[in-house]
Design a protein. Sequence first.
Lengths: 559, 354
Amino acid sequence: MAPPEAEPQPPEAAVGPERSAVLEARSVSKRFPGVVALDDVSFSLRPGETHALVGENGAGKSTLIKVLTGVYRPDGGELRMSGEPVRFARPFEAQQAGISTIYQEVNLVPLMSAARNIFLGREPRNRLGLIDFARMYREATELLDGFGVRVDPRRPLHTLGIGTQQMVALARAVSVNAQVVIMDEPTSSLEPREVETLFRVIDNLRAQGIAVLYVSHRMDELYRVCERVTVLRDGRHIHTGDLADLDRMQLVSMMLGRDLAEVRREGVTSFTAEGHEAARTPVLTATALSSRHQLHDVSLSLYAGEVLGLGGLLGSGRSETAKALSGALPLDSGELTVDGTPLKRLTPAAAIRAGISLLPEDRKAEGIVPGLSVRENIVLAAMPRLSRAGVVSRARQDRIVDIFMKRLRIKASSPEQKVGELSGGNQQKVLLARWLCLEPKVLLLDEPTRGIDVGAKAEVQSLIDDLAREGLAVLLISSDIEELIEGADRIVVLRGGAVAGELEGDEVDESRLLEVLADHTPAPDPGPASGGHDDPVPPGAEAAPARQDVAPAAEEDPR
Amino acid sequence: MNETTPAPAVRAPARRTPAAQPGGGPKTRPADTSRPTGRQRAAELLQRQGVLAVLLIVVIAASFIYPTFASLDNARGVTIQASFLAVVALGMTLVIITGGIDLSVGSVFALGGVLAAWASQYGFLAALLVPLVVCGAIGLLNGLLIARGNMAPFIITLATLLGARGLLLALTDEGATTYLVPKDSAFGELGQGSVWGFGYPIIIALVLFGAGGLVLQRTSFGQTLFAVGGSSDAATLMGLPVARTKILVYTLSGLLAGLAGALNAARLSSGVTIIGVGMELDAISAVVIGGTLLIGGAGSISGTLWGVLLLAVIQNLINQIGSLNSSYQSVVSGGFLIVVVVAQRYLARSRRTT
């Protein structure tokens, strides 16, 4: 194999055989239909180091982890452990080789006891070959004690708190003679005290020469426990080096792919340069929205005729805020006022009635119905308005569908074409049309241009512009910094589920935004933020396993 | 159990426990807040042993009301009736714990009986092995398609339900031919012989249940069944052999259904073609009444045994009452099923919310 090219990594090259990597990926590539998730990524993990793996949405972190743990097989490149080439066909083989993983969503069996979960597949046995439960419970208790967790290991996992469940997963991971422990957002559901315990465990692993690959988007933690860092972006390896050599600002700009020197550039988006005329009184006011682990006292106002940007890094609570505003996230406290009238019961149905529409982040899972036609998808939400005594007027449907297909330039062979056959951009427009035909006052757009081609992106952007000009209040969430800067009149920046700052007027520029995003002062006790956005389950699901069967608080959970 | 026992040869616990220190010893131990509340414990007990309690209540009440019910003869009759369903339900329990379902068992049961009766002319061993091999193969086919082909168990086993029934009709010229077990053969004795009046099938069923309980609770395979049913994705990520476990469990279900069919043929001295229709539903009812979750991940072998007995006792009682049409048996069984499922739901909720 050719040596890893492109990235200058003098420390790696100089390393002698005795400091060889315990786990190494060489030029690993992984493709999915239509997407290159990993493109020629090389990276190595030394014994006893704690190595941060960072990157934004779609950077390829999750894919890399899945390749390292045998969930995916790479399309190109190879993996080496202690210098020897290895191939993992299944997660089992990676575990046999000494790679343990703690996933962000606790991947244990909820109905089984904590002890059984820890020892599944390698239960201690007595001389008859039967499971020795007494020993199993004793060893589980010892292990968990070491993590500062005192629970009865006989208890079913689902009766334990999420943090405790995470500790059980950790106990399982480190008790298998691992050489490498991969932690994917391990603190996203932990209490501060549990985070401290986790850090102690990591110190202990380090002392034993066990390598830890630590995936997190929380800067404080990275700088606290990690020695080296690898940055991925768009499936490519961007940088590997000592974390101490980088300050937060540099790290953030590397993750986002923004060079501070070239920040001041001409706009490349389709937003018009001038701002919008915003009304004086807010159409939507959110006061102190809080949801355990996810949002902390988020307050914001949205005026008719403006585009309000919602900025923040992965896991900062952007999507959660949008969901909260649309009634889809159960809140512990907080109030929502539309046109001066407080909403009593905050459910998606109530929000829609009040004129709030959410274009969700994941249009496949939460938006389009691929098997239905363009027409059916558009009128889905407007059905009650288009029907009289339960009978839907086809003529009125056709009229509305025709208007929106022309206005949004939806490219389909006919209104009867199945939405699943359309391109991503056109699917997104169909979704927009669905909400627009409800004539909303407030439009919440969560990553409206992600995963759609350049042309459609430009069209959606200019459409957002037009809508605001026509008097709609638009909330725009985007990981695309340019889109946010140029599209928004104002930007509220979130960090750790709380409002970290607001940029107005001339402040809305890239360097200011990066400064707030990377803020050096610690966030105002954010508490554990919610999960990142690149996991398949929406972050709102994180508290769910503990109380699955409690009736959903919202009437129409989008999931 | 014993601390002084030397570690067994199998899997010496040479595992480091690196995390045993970081907690800093007892000084940082948080209080154990995890003890189940009394209500949770009661709910758990009820979920586990509720069927047994209901069974005992029904039996005791019936003994007072109908003196004929409490006789030893009647007990023999009820248990022998129940033994065949019990063996089928044992396999069904394992399948359901993995989150699957096996609809083919009724047909496979009948097919096993016909094959055993046909093969009994070639001796005891043939009469036992032929149905086991064929029915095991049907189970294996189910398992392969479900685990490797990633198909829905409901559809696959529905297909083999039809297939096995068709095979049976083909073997018997559409039911026109009935194969008889030779009189006084060793195989016939297997079905008709008894110890203190309790037929061999009862004893075989009990032995199988004992073994099944041991496998389920005390082996890695058993634990893997729970893990697969509880969360298939988690089981895969934990490196457990998910596919192999599923294949094995459907094969076991086929084998047990075939064995039950063979025993039934031995008892009846012939391969009856019309039996076993709807038996899969009785088996599923018994399993669910026994406290096993239909969605998988939790359940017990003993519960299934009580479930089977409860169904058999209800049937017997309705026969005792005499004035009631025997069709009412299904009504009562169905009623029990609803009660159990609703109770499970309620109990699960009260166990989870503290």
